[in-house]
Design a protein around this ligand. Structure first.
Ligand SMILES: [Zn+2]
Length: 327
């Protein structure tokens, strides 16, 4: 199963032994570097019934793990409507961990983004780590190791994940033309896992279509109704397109403030640069708010007519950014 891990995560698991494993790990590294994937692997590893193989993939535990609903794996993260992980969540977790395990073997608690645990919550975590329940393993992750109290750090083994360099990443993604990989990396903050997902899901083509659609709105303003209907029909990509619209406006606002500014979306730089010179900063901010509101709305279930909402946003874009109207 280790061969399913990306190569830069493998060295972090090669030394592990099921019989003599430390009970707590603190996994750090920037967002998107693969911490979640490593936790997923380590949990499956520690829960697998086979002691000789790292993750057998066939036992009842492995089947639960692969479905991500193992009854002895307790995952804690920020609830959708909250900003922090509160102490009551930690108490609930502790209660579950002190009960015996469902399958009679090990238990795992994974605590994701522990910089988001409240101060009293962290103290409660520390108490659990100081006197851990039997056969229980803790995988803590953080994007910001420097924000984690030393008391927590000293109770856990550190795993710091560095992303691979460009050359290594290109060697890893040889299934795709180098030009596409470089573009996918630039569009994904140079994070290899995100770039791979981007390529695997065919998002590069969707990105090219997006740029041509958006240029059409700005340059010509025609067929807005047909375009919004088409985007709504291509439902799986609608949210990422709204995210890209938002990023395009953010870049435009940045260019407006500083012409020399580098962006991470070089394929839309020409559009952003042009708009930054020819549009009104107040209108840009208003459009950004409208675009973000629609992006939020579409991210949730809504009974509103999506085509109508999107059409109305396109009309605003065309009115405030349209080149044809300015000549
Ligand atoms: Zn197994």
């Amino acid at each position: 199963m280790t061969n399913q891990l990306p190569f830069w995560l493998k060295p972090h698991v090669s030394f592990l032994n099921k019989d003599s494993m430390h009970h707590a790990f603190l996994i750090s590294g920037r967002k998107g570097v693969g911490k979640g994937q490593l936790v997923h692997y380590l949990s499956a590893f520690i829960l697998c019934n086979d002691n000789d193989i790292d993750v057998c993939g066939n036992c009842s535990s492995c089947k639960f793990s692969s479905l991500e609903n193992h009854p002895d794996h307790h995952e804690l993260q920020v609830l959708p409507d909250k900003k922090l992980i509160g102490i009551s969540q930690i108490h609930d977790l502790r209660n579950k961990l002190y009960e015996s395990s469902f399958l009679g073997k090990n238990k795992v608690a994974s605590l994701i983004d522990i910089e988001k645990i409240s101060m009293d919550g962290l103290n409660a975590v520390l108490k659990i780590l100081e006197e851990p329940p039997k056969n229980t393993f803790f995988f803590l992750t953080t994007n910001f190791l420097n924000q984690i109290p030393l008391t927590i750090q000293s109770r856990s083994l550190d795993i710091k994940i560095d992303p691979p360099n460009l050359e290594e990443t290109l060697d890893w993604l040889t299934d795709y033309p180098e030009e596409d990989v470089l573009k996918a990396l630039r569009l994904n903050d140079n994070l290899p896992l995100a770039a791979k997902h981007f390529l695997d899901e065919g998002l590069l083509k969707i990105r090219d279509d997006f740029i041509s659609d958006i240029s059409g709105i700005i340059k010509e303003g025609k067929d807005i109704t047909a375009l919004s209907t088409r985007w709504i029909n291509e439902e799986s990509s609608i949210n990422i397109k709204l995210e890209w619209m938002s990023l395009l406006l953010s870049d435009t606002i940045k260019f407006n403030a500083d012409e020399a500014k580098d962006t991470i979306n070089p394929d839309t730089d020409n559009i952003s640069k042009y708009l930054s010179k020819h549009s009104n900063i107040e209108k840009l901010h208003q459009l950004l708010n409208k675009t973000n509101s629609l992006w939020n709305l579409f991210s949730r279930e809504t009974n509103l007519r999506k085509d109508y909402q999107l059409n109305s946003l396109f009309v605003d874009w065309e009115r405030d950014l349209g080149i044809s109207k300015k000549i």
